[in-house]
Design a protein around this ligand. Structure first.
Ligand code: GLN
Length: 547
């Protein structure tokens, strides 16, 4: 195809309407029609990336293969499309300004006053078009973070206005996602907030081409006509987005509403065939008709906010469907695990996952949870910090190194079984300086992980500063904690296992980032399978004991 087409997704009325899911669902439909699509997110905050944000602020920080620390919406893009994203797919105001200021210092604007318009807006336009100009995509969908009318979003909206003018209406289109609230006292859906939001967009010179309306109730024909008339869009471009029981239903809901067709028509692209969603629907079928149920404890310290562990929760959905099992994930706050509470919190579970994390808070609870899983042969999956806790637990309770710890938690520990990585010792800046992105790992045959991956060399994404201390490797191995995955270039231990346990695996990397609907992650599949086995044998034991 000659030129890339651009779709912009803006939001109005309220935040948290799910622009990311709408963008991902549209992309899925376009991909299922054979188009090459990617999605980009522009975030209006001043942090250069979300890597330095507390998960309570912004949910999970997602990591791409090329080591970008990004917004969690990129996770949705990858999970829906099964194609990797990169640094170019997430741009923040901080990064835009950083880049413009660096150019100014290099003298690239010599003689000129550097201003929001045109310098910041040009930089935004360039970033939007980088993906399109790569020649890899027919359609680039750009999601503008925030809500129309926010001060922070203005330069983005202006950049979109200019691009739309430059590219023309058949090459660029704006979807506006809004909310149609239901007033129960009046028993009515209300369109006024949407009218105002479209007007706000119009004041910035942008006419919305398509309205996607989040709603708890169906939109009547009358209401659709009213929205079309007052918001200045074609009636077929008023798309209902009704609350769904799972985000994975949204592509089909958008298909029924014809979102993809409206978009393709305006962009003058082929639209008479139907999207091939066969595999997607097979996944949905399995997801909705589980044959068994297991309960997994997610042990972490950011559990109050669901978004903190988004990719892990989604990976369980993929792996559950693959096993035809419903995975109930219960959050367990690691700060409240101690000798008195542990039985009540963990004994009834079919497996535990000890989550990634940073700092000291909740560490001892995590170590207790690991010990419980090890001693009770409960399936255990440790991710990043979770893996490090397993090493500490083994060192303390099996090797007898009572004060073993991670140097992150106790700098003066006599046994830093988890230590700061050598290359981190000279690092002073906090932003973007961890060991990030995809690294190779060689698996040991005859291990749980090899059984799961069925290949020797894997590549997984990382985000950490501390590592397994190889000085303790021999001792730990001899005592039964095997290292079954190692970086072939640096010797860094990536995976630990206890062979004499039904399923006890800890990984230094983040497998959850690579789990998609089309490619559920092998370790999550294996962990869920182990939880099913555990649950079934537990049940039959209870039956035989007459309980
Ligand atoms: N805090 C640990 C480290 O930096 C683990 C990081 C994580 O769990 N992502 O090594």
């Amino acid at each position: 195809m000659a030129n890339t087409k651009y779709v912009f997704v803006t939001g109005g009325v309220s935040s948290s309407l799910g622009k990311g899911i709408i963008a991902a669902s549209l992309a899925k439909l376009l991909q299922a029609r054979g188009y090459r699509v990617t999605i980009q997110k522009l975030d209006p905050y001043i942090n250069v990336d979300p890597g330095t944000l507390n998960p309570y602020e912004h949910g999970e920080c997602y990591v791409t293969d090329d080591g970008a620390e990004t917004d969690l919406d990129l996770g949705h893009y990858e999970r829906f499309l099964n194609t990797p994203t990169s640094q170019a797919n997430n741009v923040t105001t901080g990064r835009i300004y950083q880049s413009v200021i660096e150019k100014e210092r290099r003298g690239e604007f010599l003689g000129k006053t550097v201003q929001v318009v045109p310098h910041i807006t040009n930089e935004i336009k360039e970033r939007i078009q980088i993906l399109g100009k790569s020649g890899e995509y027919d359609i680039v969908i750009t999601e503008i973070g925030g809500t129309v009318g926010d001060i922070e979003s203005l330069p983005y909206i202006e950049a979109v206005r200019q691009l739309k003018w430059e590219l023309g209406d058949t090459n660029a289109l704006v979807i506006h996602l809004t909310l149609i609230p239901y007033l129960s006292a009046a028993g009515e859906l209300k369109t006024k907030p949407t009218q105002h939001s479209v007007k706000t967009l119009m004041e910035s010179g942008i006419k919305a081409d398509v309205l996607v309306c989040r709603t708890e109730h169906e939109l009547s024909d009358d209401l659709r006509r009213k929205l079309a008339l007052f918001c200045n869009v074609k009636q077929e471009a008023v798309i209902e987005s009704i609350d769904a029981s799972t985000i994975y239903d949204v592509p089909n809901l958008m298909l029924e509403e014809g979102l993809d067709t409206v978009v393709l028509k305006q962009l003058v692209l082929r639209h008479d065939d139907t999207p091939n969603l066969e595999k997607w629907n097979m996944f949905l079928e399995r997801h909705k008709n589980p044959k068994y149920e297991v309960t997994i404890g997610l042990v972490g310290k950011y559990v109050e906010l669901q978004d903190s562990y988004k990719s892990i929760l989604e990976a369980f959905i993929h792996a559950g469907a693959e096993n035809e099992v419903k995975v109930n994930v219960v959050s367990i706050h690691s700060e409240y695990i101690d000798d008195n509470t542990i039985n009540k919190k963990i004994a009834h579970l079919d497996g535990i996952l000890v989550a990634p994390g940073f700092g000291e808070r909740g560490i001892e609870g995590k170590i207790k949870a690991v010990q419980f899983a090890r001693e009770h042969k409960l399936p255990f999956f440790g991710i990043c910090l979770g893996m490090q806790m397993a090493v500490i637990e083994y060192s303390r309770n099996i090797l007898g190194l009572k004060d073993a710890c991670s140097a992150e938690v106790d700098e003066k520990t006599p046994h830093p079984v988890i230590d700061l990585m050598e290359e981190q010792k000279s690092v002073t800046d906090m932003g973007g300086t961890m060991r990030l992105g995809a690294w190779d790992c060689e698996l040991v045959e005859n291990s749980k992980v090899f059984e799961a991956y069925k290949e020797k060399l894997i590549s997984e994404r990382h985000r950490h500063r501390y590592e397994y201390n190889n000085n303790y490797k021999e001792q730990l191995e001899n005592a039964g904690l095997k290292t079954t995955g190692i970086n072939p270039r640096t010797g860094l231990v990536e995976i630990i296992e206890i062979p004499d346990h039904p399923w006890f695996v800890g990984v230094q990397y983040h497998p959850e980032y690579k789990s998609t609907v089309a490619n559920p992650h092998p370790l999550f599949i294996a962990f869920v399978k182990a939880a099913v086995t555990y649950s079934k044998s537990n049940k039959s034991a209870k039956v035989s004991q007459g309980l």
